[in-house]
Structure formats: C-alpha cells, structure tokens
Design a protein around this ligand. Structure first.
Ligand code: ADP
Ligand code: GN1
Ligand code: MG
Length: 357
C-alpha cells in the first residue's frame, strides 16, 4: 500500500512494517504504522493541492517546538521524526510525507459525546494557545494563505455564484440567498480586522475534537495533533471551530437537519475549558467577540461548502452530487440554532469571564 522507499526513508523495514489507513480527515492521507517490534507511528502524505508549500508547515512547527522546549519544557508538543537523512519531510516524486510518533495510550473521538470531552478538548487547545502566547509571530508564515480570511471567503462565494453552472445555481438558489442574508457576519469581521486589540496569536485553525488526543481509558486530554495549520491567526478561529463542531449532537455530515441542536451544557463546558487556560490573556475586543467566534466559523464553513458545491466540488471530497450542498445546509441550520440561543449563551460567557474555572 505504501511505497517501500517512503518507509525506508524513515528507517523502517518495508518487509515487516504494517500500515493501515487511519483517521477521518478530509485533507491529508493518514496511516498508522506498526513496526516488527511493535512501535507505532503516524505517517502522513501532505495534500499539496491544499498546502502548496509543505516546508512552511515544517518550519512553523519547528519554530513553535523550539519556543515551547525553552519556555514550557514539560509540554507535550508532537514533533516529526526526521528521515534517515535528517529531513523533516520526505519527498517521493511530487509527494511529501512526514512521520510522527504515535502517542501511546491515546485515542480520539469524532464527536463530543459528553460535556467532559468538550471541556478536555477545549482545555488542550487553550493550553497550547496560552503557552504560545507571546511567541514572536514575525518568523511564521501562513501554511494556507488567507485560510480564515472571511472577507476573501465571502468574495470567493460571490464569485462562485457568478460562475456556477446553471443547474447547480438554480438548485442552491434558496440556500445561497439564506447565506447572503447573514452577510453581517462578514461585515463584522471587516471592522474587527482593523482593531488593534484584535490580537494576532499562533492558532491551530482546525480544532475539531478528533484533533485532540485523549487518554483512552479516562478520556482526559493529553495533547493536540494535526498541526498543519498552526500559524498566526485570531482567537475566533480556534474557539469558533470548537463551537461549530462540539455543540451539536450530530456532525456536519448529518442530513437529518432536525437533529442539529446547540447543547447548552456542552457550550458551558467548552467555554470553561478554553477560558480556564486563555481567559487571562484576552483583550476587551476578544472578550466581546467570544460568541461571535461561533457565528464566524459556522458561517465561513457553510459558505466554503456552498462555494465548493457551486464550483463543482473541487476541494472537499464528495460521496454524491449534493454532498457539499447538504453540508452547507447543515451549517446554516447550526448557525440558526446558535443565533436563537445568543442571549442565554452570552450570559454563560459573561459568567465564565467573571469566574474562570
Ligand atoms: P487528518 O488531516 O487526516 O485529520 P490527523 O493528523 O488529524 O490527520 O490524524 C488523523 C487521526 O490520527 C487523528 O484524528 C488522531 O486520532 C490520530 N493521530 C494523529 N496523530 C497522532 C499521534 N501522534 N498519536 C496518536 N494518534 C494520532
Ligand atoms: C478540513 O482535514 P480536515 O478534515 O481536518 C478543512 C477544515 C474544515 C474541515 C471541515 C485544510 O479539515 O478547514 O473545517 O475540513 N481543512 C482544510 O470538515 O481546508
Ligand atoms: Mg485531523
């Protein structure tokens, strides 16, 4: 299944090393390797359509690892295993591969099944953000330029409406209108961008719960993984993606939209977990936009799915023709469920800010 050269490059014996596909991400190809002596590794092929410059990922991770080793030496930050030639990435033809140690005793979940899991995951992302607060961002580059730039995502959405094939445009007309009616979310981002109190931070940018490793027995947080999009960004990205993915009992793949809901106890758990770590570092602007984070990320993900539907599914893998349309509709429903609860959830935020756990 895996080219022998790749395994050899990392010092593994292709004859005895077992590989199986692992995880459920959309972007990279992830494999679990088990060597003859039982050692386990995660091997990944980086998607170079999405990550045009894989070296940027490696460099950002190295800068963060060096900083953490100096300032927080006990913190578990996953770093790549070098090839036998001492490289962080192995190039095989046009493909880039990297390997990391499998963290023993860890597991991950695709969906938050208890408020404790939401708390633990949020705490792990918060802890990394806190430990990296203060790092010099000038050395870092974006592994995906403009990844969470809602202004550009919104323009790309408008562009996709203009260029869509007639059948897709007609099929998605109502959903497109509904997303356009929420354009205030993009307008708020516009004004925030120029606010000097809207701090630049090193953010993870993909805070889904399966990007946290939990203790397989106790489900306590161990560390975060999937560090490809670790790059300068804003607090609303990480907090918002947790709201997007932990609050509902069903995921972005759910097609029975009546099951989409915002669970109050999960909201409180994730807010407490995250703010218990980063609360003390927030500016007034950031504090005032904690609820907005959820709207920002759900809206952006919704228009990303819809843009891809209108563009003919060039980015997200689909299993059937309306898949991206359904994902976008799912996100619109989630956005509506969240907005309905804004007054009550804002009170939870205010309480957490007054009294961090
Ligand atoms: P993807 O881009 O496919 O989401 P990830 O880096 O998130 O790639 O890896 C996929 C899954 O593999 C994760 O959800 C996690 O369960 C598991 N995983 C990743 N890195 C490790 C690791 N170092 N140790 C143990 N499990 C890991
Ligand atoms: C992609 O690789 P994965 O599945 O963790 C995407 C995220 C989206 C997510 C939606 C690089 O993440 O931004 O939130 O799909 N990553 C990239 O499921 O585009
Ligand atoms: Mg992942």
């Amino acid at each position: 299944m895996i080219n022998a050269n790749i395994l050899k490059a990392f010092g593994l014996d292709p004859a005895t090393c077992e590989a199986k596909k692992f995880g459920s991400g959309h972007i990279n190809n992830t494999f679990l390797l088990t060597s003859a002596n039982g050692e386990r590794y995660i091997l990944q092929r980086i998607n170079t359509y999405v990550f045009r410059e894989p070296d940027v990922i490696a460099r950002n991770q190295r800068l963060a690892a060096d900083y953490l080793a100096k300032h927080h030496p006990d913190y578990l930050f996953i770093t790549p295993i070098a090839t036998v030639d001492g490289e962080e990435l192995h190039r095989e033809g046009e493909e880039y591969w990297r390997m990391i140690p499998f963290i023993p005793g860890s597991t991950s979940v695709d969906q938050a099944d208890t408020p404790k899991q939401a708390y633990e995951a949020a705490k792990q992302f918060g802890k990394m953000a806190r430990f990296l607060h203060g790092i010099d961002l000038r050395e870092f580059r974006a592994s995906i330029p403009n990844f969470h730039n809602l202004t550009l995502r919104y323009s790309a959405f408008q562009e996709s409406i203009r260029h869509a094939k007639e059948d897709r445009k007609a099929f998605a007309a109502e959903l497109t209108e509904a997303f356009l009616r929420h354009s205030d979310i993009a307008v708020t981002f516009e004004s925030l961008k120029t606010d000097p109190q809207f701090t630049d931070r090193l953010m993870h940018h993909d805070t889904k719960i399966n990007n946290v490793l939990l203790d397989k027995d106790t489900f306590e947080g161990i560390c975060v993984c999937d560090l490809d999009t670790l790059m300068p960004g804003k607090i609303i990205s990480d907090l918002g993606d947790m709201m997007r993915t932990y609050l509902s009992p069903v995921s972005e793949e759910e097609r029975d939209f009546s099951q989409i809901a915002v669970r109050d106890e999960y909201f409180e758990a994730l807010m407490r977990g995250y703010l218990s770590e980063v609360g003390g570092t927030l500016t007034e602007t950031e504090k005032a936009h904690l609820f907005y984070a959820g709207k920002f990320m759900i809206y952006m993900q919704g228009i990303r799915f819809l843009t891809d539907y209108l563009n003919g599914d060039v980015y997200y893998p689909v299993k059937y023709p309306e898949h991206n349309y359904d994902r976008a509709k799912n996100q619109l429903t989630l956005l509506q469920r969240l907005i309905e609860k804004e007054p009550a959830l804002q009170q939870v935020i205010d309480a957490c800010l007054r009294q961090p756990a």
